[in-house]
Design a protein around this ligand. Sequence first.
Ligand SMILES: NC(=O)c1ccc[n+]([C@@H]2O[C@H](COP(=O)([O-])OP(=O)(O)OC[C@H]3O[C@@H](n4cnc5c(N)ncnc54)[C@H](OP(=O)(O)O)[C@@H]3O)[C@@H](O)[C@H]2O)c1
Length: 272
Amino acid sequence: MPTAATTLMLNDGRAMPQLGFGTWQIPADAAEGAVATALDLGYRLVDTAAIYGNEEGVGAALAAHRDVWLTTKIWNDSQGYDRTLRAMDKSLARLGRDQVDLVLIHWPCPDRGLYLETWRALVALRDAGKARSIGVSNFRSDELRAVSDATGVVPAVNQIELHPRFQQRDLRSIHAELGIVNQSWSPLGQGALLSDPAIAEIARQAGTTPAAVLLRWHLQHGLATIPKASSRSHMAANLAALDVMLSDEQMKRIDALDSPDGRIGPDPAQFG
Ligand SMILES: NC(=O)c1ccc[n+]([C@@H]2O[C@H](COP(=O)([O-])OP(=O)(O)OC[C@H]3O[C@@H](n4cnc5c(N)ncnc54)[C@H](OP(=O)(O)O)[C@@H]3O)[C@@H](O)[C@H]2O)c1
């Protein structure tokens, strides 16, 4: 059975916890307490971003926990080489540290035409020791290939919308081909999948909650993931995914929920 300390190996040789804690929509004044609760329960990875507006609280909660993986992201209006370097320094100041474990380009914003030079800045940030690993988010296959070909540095992670109604099978196979770890955002479909009848029935069979079933599906597919929760009870229910095991038949029933119109968030081709 995996634990909260179970890791996936990145293409840069570093080991990243597979299950972590997401903090989008956790308000600035609640972030320190929420992250402290998550750490108390055993979470070993925390995901934030400049745009979430909660880096100060997240950083405060992690101040005495430098062994916990911290990810942040460069927002769209900070793209470009110099702006990215400056944005990283501002994030580090808010987080109260001189290095993060992972920094991601939040969205490719293809219409801005800046993701390549933004990636070059991330390579420089890694070389300068300000980010131990570098990756991207919401990138599609052409963009993944473009940054890798231009720099010789393949992103360690692509953080993308992924849940049973939007399974991203084509992109997952590109990740496997290029050696990129897939980290699923909105793994619970922002809560919408918790009431899916098939998920509810599998939860009854397995003697657990729909949230644990959904997260277990990600883990058993070898995906990293970062569910967000506000309450201690939801955070604990999500960690319980580590203790259940789905049968092949149950996994296949969840695989069958994939839907062509299952996307919840923005389309990366247009966003930003
Ligand atoms: N890179 C990107 O572009 C991007 C985009 C979106 C998200 N993300 C990251 O991914 C993380 C997760 O995605 P998300 O926040 O969109 O959605 P999510 O994790 O799929 O779902 C969060 C929702 O589910 C509820 N929930 C969580 N655990 C529950 C449980 N055990 N029982 C019942 N309800 C539960 C939460 O309610 P409560 O809050 O009330 O507990 C919240 O409403 C974000 O926090 C962020 O770190 C990244």
